[in-house]
Design a protein around this ligand. Structure first.
Ligand SMILES: N[C@@H](CCC(=O)N[C@@H](CS)C(=O)NCC(=O)O)C(=O)O
Length: 212
């Protein structure tokens, strides 16, 4: 299995399947594309059917969307139990993941993931504040029902889908209520996340449009 990803510092969509694979202790090779560089454009042309990362290669399968990749990883490794066992909790975890995948446009565009940065005095606009409040509500509801430490108790696809949000909250200094702050801290202190951050530190490329 081979996962094609973008710059670790910036590529939030790449982080999702990468961290899920690492959490599941599933072996894979990693190919990193330095986005928006001459070399990167060539690699995107060669490796990414939708001209976006991430892309998963597994035998003859070429899979080009982060959520579909997470679903496939969970399907292929049922013993890793990457969705909640209970049908209703699984449905909720899917709805949360789908909401992340298709929504929060304002937060995503005004607060791009940037693992290396901490931005002082950042004030989110009103639309991003609404996204932030909705995410707090989602995390809080899930943690209240499951008791934590992950959104649905055991680590699931939903945690992988929201991992880049915890990174954004730290970069832009977003204040969270106690329970959700604890969850965000756990996400960032998680071993695979620390590895992702470490790798991001060693990247030299700067994408100006993601430097708020
Ligand atoms: N819906 C896609 C979005 C993927 C996406 O937007 N990837 C960004 C990087 S995080 C990308 O490849 N950007 C490069 C480009 O647009 O040229 C998914 O979930 O995988």
């Amino acid at each position: 299995m081979r996962l094609v990803i973008g710059n670790k510092n910036y590529s939030s969509w790449s982080l999702r399947p990468w961290i899920l694979l690492r959490h599941g202790h599933i072996r894979f090779d990693e190919v990193r594309i330095p986005l928006f560089t001459f070399e990167g454009e060539q690699m995107i042309e060669d490796l990414c059917p939708a001209r976006k990362v991430p892309v998963l290669y597994d035998d003859r399968l070429v899979l080009w969307d982060s959520f579909a990749i997470c679903e496939y990883i969970a399907d292929k490794h049922p013993n890793k139990r990457l969705w909640p066992d209970d049908a209703q909790q699984r449905a909720r975890a899917r709805a949360m993941s789908a909401e992340m995948h298709s929504g929060f446009d304002d937060l995503r565009s005004s607060m791009p993931m940037n693992c290396r940065r901490v931005v002082d005095g950042f004030e989110p606009d009103n639309a991003s504040k609404m996204d932030i409040n909705r995410i707090i509500q989602l995390w809080d509801d899930a943690l209240r029902v499951s008791g934590g430490p992950w959104l649905f108790g055991r680590y699931s696809v939903a945690d992988a889908m929201f991992a880049p949000v915890a990174s954004r909250f730290r970069t832009y200094g977003i204040k969270l209520p106690k329970t959700t702050q604890r969850y965000a801290d756990d996400v960032l202190a998680d071993k695979p996340m620390l590895q992702w951050y470490e790798d991001a530190q060693h990247e030299a490329e700067v994408i100006d449009s993601a430097e708020v």
